[in-house]
Ligand binder design. Structure first.
Ligand code: PAF
Length: 327
């Protein structure tokens, strides 16, 4: 009888221990970014991770791996689809290979300022783009910002369309960007950003194009002399979660991820804007920077008109209409 009582007591104790450990079962997720810790992409990731941890009372931990340690944007997006990585933040240009409609955001010379971009991304166009990734193994949580892109190179200042002739310019691995730089008479060389510093240093390419935050935090100024302020395209990032991972969470946990994503978005966009302004002043001390006149920007835009129209005709017509209305 005594042995029976002891067995029952031990079984109850074991059940209590198991249920309490199940209640506090900790979830550890990984998030990869392609840029250094000081870039707003990674700053946003750190802030999102902190919010998720606080809101879940420590139940969910997101470890952030910056600077392409886990792979480039294309690899990391595939890892999310297969469930081997839980979060990442690629450019909309990377996502055009999953849904070509994402190209609408990257069309050159469309946005005049960040407020216009917010209008498009937070409206019907943005919502339909985010939803479209649901059947691709991805849960798209929000649009973050990379910013307006400008050209750097080691050969000469770009004051006019003609100055781009023959320059080897690294682009993202995206057909629209390849068409854009070939359309400006440069030679587009697509490659992941994680390989770019070495390619610039060894002169495999002459130049590249990115916002000031990337040029400064990835230290491209060490291997590039000229920065020409073309603002030829606006670039948004997408905060992505792995759908298999999101499906493995309970409703409360999913809610926490969504709330943290919204709060982190406000922070990330503000940091991106603050740093893009501040870092231009930093870059002025390190590079030769030139303004590109409105007339020359118009000439560049006009020479890209056939490319812009081709994309507008190929993309979803409702989306293109909504995009034009929002501008
Ligand atoms: O140039 C790139 O690859 C992109 O701007 C970024 C954001 C650095 C990586 O997606």
């Amino acid at each position: 009888m005594k042995a029976f009582k002891t067995t029952v007591t031990s079984a109850i104790a074991l059940c209590l221990m198991m249920s309490s450990s199940m209640a506090t079962a900790e979830i550890t997720a990984r998030m990869g970014t392609s840029l250094p810790d000081s870039h707003p992409q990674t700053l946003g990731a750190q802030y999102f991770s902190k919010l998720v941890n606080e809101k879940s009372d420590g139940e969910i931990t997101i470890q952030v791996f910056s600077n392409g340690i886990l792979g480039n944007d294309v690899n990391m997006t595939s890892m999310l689809q297969s469930g081997t990585l839980q979060f990442t933040v690629p450019s909309t240009a990377t996502l055009a290979s999953l849904n070509s409609d994402f190209s609408i955001i990257s069309l050159p010379f469309q946005f005049s300022n960040e407020a216009q971009a917010d209008e498009v991304l937070d409206g019907d166009v943005g919502k339909s783009l985010l939803d479209s990734l649901n059947n691709k193994g991805l849960s798209a949580l929000a649009f973050w910002e990379n910013g307006f892109r400008h050209i750097t190179n080691s050969r000469r200042p770009i004051n006019s369309l003609d100055d781009l002739k023959g320059l080897k310019i690294r682009t993202m691995q995206n057909d629209l960007y390849i068409g854009l730089f070939n359309g400006l008479n440069a030679n587009a060389v697509p490659m992941p950003v994680t390989e770019l510093f070495t390619a610039l240093e060894t002169h495999t390419v002459d130049g590249q194009e990115n916002p000031y935050t990337v040029i400064n935090t990835a230290r491209f100024f060490e291997v590039q002399k000229y920065l020409s302020r073309t603002a030829h395209a606006y670039d948004a990032l997408v905060l992505l979660a792995s759908k298999p991972f999101m499906d493995s969470l309970n409703e409360t946990q999913r809610q926490i991820i969504h709330e943290a994503a919204q709060e982190a978005t406000t922070y990330q966009r503000a940091e991106s804007r603050r740093l893009n302004n501040e870092l231009l002043a930093e870059l002025e001390k390190k590079m030769e920077i030139n303004e590109v006149s409105e007339d020359e920007r118009d000439r560049m835009g006009s020479s890209l008109q056939p490319l812009i129209e081709r994309y507008q005709n190929e993309l979803d017509s409702g989306l293109v209409e909504d995009f034009k209305q929002a501008l």
